[in-house]
Design a protein around this ligand. Structure first.
Ligand code: COS
Length: 384
């Protein structure tokens, strides 16, 4: 759903210009320093990028899902670390509050998230609970007006920058499954929270993840999302349904950038007396990439529109995440092949993208988890 094409096009133009003029020239520096320059983060705040999905009444842009994915197609034609710094605040870190929070919780947190004054992180994964998210062991035990939280969360994106965590913890230890899990808004500065060292990753330098350790951390009962125990797993799953369309859109944007770079190289690089792009075996790789990229883009737009129409898009979100992330991996692999030796060298940038995009097939649910969700939903629908 696009509410006002003129306003959206103006936003897309300014994001596209920002990517070309500010982000692309900073890619190498971010990769070498593992840091997004604070000035760029501030410019992202000024552009409203932290508030893309927060409703206008709370100071954000209130984009529909279709508008959001179109912004992501543009924003992600650069190193994915730049998207990552806003990603948890516009996505998985804030959406639980938006979907299931009380009016007071929304009023307290969403305005500061929308400006980027406060960043949000999503704390679900643990050392022993990744794909099997419902088996999480972090506990939150009620004690008067507080919950006492104990446990460790792992691979938490933007934890070093977070002002709040959307935390999933077990409020009912007797229930070992999804029903015992609740979600909380936790102030990252609360006593009892320590952060692990920044993880050393294969790619996406500039995007930071680490462990978050809770030791007798007291969280006000007022911060239980929706003031309802036992709903936290469902909140997390709803957040991830939306997050998976978001990530699929990221994959489309990054793949477009990689393909643009590969095409430019194919036009410029000469072998056997002519540009390598004139050889049909190179064209085949370009054509396969173009075709799959187009398919992923169509899927993402369709799923976004269905979500905007109020449909349950759990299956479609997983289809998009699965296809777009695998597509992006293949596009990056072919780009290395087209660039040949240059594709393997850091100076040309494709090697960096090749490592960066590997994460897409893992986070917010691996490819295998998407297959499981799609298969289960199909069987459930067939039985109904
Ligand atoms: N929307 C709303 N509710 C949902 C839901 C969704 N998309 N998916 C599940 N639920 C509900 C179910 O309806 C069920 O509710 P009832 O008990 O009232 O029937 C409850 O949540 C438990 O669901 P289910 O039994 O399907 O839970 P499972 O433990 O079998 O879930 C999967 C398995 C694989 C779906 C889940 O663990 C998952 O998505 N894992 C991947 C987690 C992930 O992406 N991690 C990445 C890190 S976070 S960045």
């Amino acid at each position: 759903m696009i509410r006002d094409p003129e306003t959206l096009n103006a936003l897309l133009d300014s994001v596209s210009r920002f990517v070309r003029e500010r982000l692309v020239p900073a890619e190498q520096e971010v990769s070498e320093t593992d840091e997004i320059p604070p000035k760029i983060v501030e410019e992202m705040r000024q552009l409203g990028l932290f508030g893309l999905t927060i409703p206008e009444e709370f100071g954000g842009l209130g984009l529909t899902m279709e508008e959001e994915v179109r912004v992501l197609f543009e924003l992600c034609k650069t190193s994915p670390a730049f998207r990552s710094i806003i990603g948890t605040t516009v996505g998985i870190g804030s959406q639980g509050i938006l979907m299931d929070g009380t009016p007071e919780q929304k009023a307290e947190y969403l305005p500061r998230l929308a400006t980027g004054e406060l960043m949000a992180s999503f704390a679900l994964t643990e050392p022993d609970a990744g794909s099997d998210a419902a088996s999480l062991r972090t506990t939150a035990i009620r004690d008067g007006d507080y919950y006492i939280v104990n446990g460790t969360k792992r691979y938490i994106t933007n934890a070093p920058h977070a002002g709040i965590f959307t935390l999933m913890a077990r409020t009912n230890p007797a229930d070992k499954g999804a029903g015992g899990v609740s979600s909380f808004i936790v102030d990252a500065k609360s006593p009892g929270i320590t952060l692990g060292k920044n993880d050393k990753k294969m790619g996406q330098q500039g995007a930071h993840t680490c462990d978050v350790i809770f030791e007798n951390c007291r969280v006000p009962a007022a911060n239980l999302i929706g003031h309802k125990e036992g709903q936290g797993f469902k909140t997390a799953m709803k957040v991830l349904d939306k997050g998976r369309i978001h990530i699929a859109a990221v994959c489309v944007g990054v793949a477009q950038r990689i393909l643009d770079d590969a095409l430019r190289y194919a036009v410029e690089r000469k072998q056997f007396g002519k540009p390598i792009g004139e050889f049909q075996l190179i064209q085949a790789m370009l054509a396969d990439s173009k075709t799959e990229l187009y398919a992923a883009q169509c899927m993402v737009i369709d799923a976004a529109r269905r979500r905007d129409d109020g449909e349950n898009v759990s299956t479609e979100a997983s289809c998009c995440k699965l296809f777009a992330s695998e597509m992006c991996g293949r596009v990056a692999d072919r780009a290395v092949q087209i660039l040949g030796g240059a594709g393997y060298l850091a100076d040309y940038g494709i090697e960096r993208f090749y490592r960066d995009v590997r994460l897409f097939r893992l986070y917010e649910g691996t490819t295998q988890i998407q297959q499981i969700i799609i298969g289960r939903n199909m069987l459930r629908a067939a039985r109904a």
